[in-house]
Design a protein around this ligand. Structure first.
Ligand SMILES: [Zn+2]
Length: 114
């Protein structure tokens, strides 16, 4: 008698396409429509997203230079103390890996910023 997983790959099969720690175990699902994805059948895309806060060095105005640097530094330190290391990092850098079925990918790639 077949179980509920049908012909899905065994749970022990590790889905690993040489990526990073965000690779996941099967079964996989489309992050948009939740359709089950089948590694090895070519029915999905892996989309990696990196978001980086503006890396350009800041521009300083005369007004900036006239500020009380010590007070400004103390204010920044106080702000950072209320953040965890992860929260502080996520303000400047995020990396995501999402899985999209072929249909969702075809829609998304035409307007990824939409
Ligand atoms: Zn989908």
């Amino acid at each position: 008698m077949r179980n509920a997983t049908g012909d899905s790959p065994p749970r022990s099969a590790v889905y690993n396409i040489g990526m990073d720690e965000s690779s996941s175990l099967s079964p996989l699902f489309c992050d948009r429509c939740s359709r089950e994805l089948h590694p090895g059948r070519g029915d999905f895309y892996v989309v990696r997203i990196e978001a980086l806060a503006d890396p350009t060095p800041p521009e300083f105005t005369q007004e900036d230079l006239e500020r009380d640097h010590c007070a400004e530094f103390a204010r920044l330190c106080e702000t950072l103390q209320n953040l965890s290391e992860r929260e502080a990092l996520e303000q400047v850098f995020r990396r995501l890996t999402i899985f999209l079925c072929n249909a969702c990918y075809a829609q998304w790639i035409e307007n990824p910023a939409g």
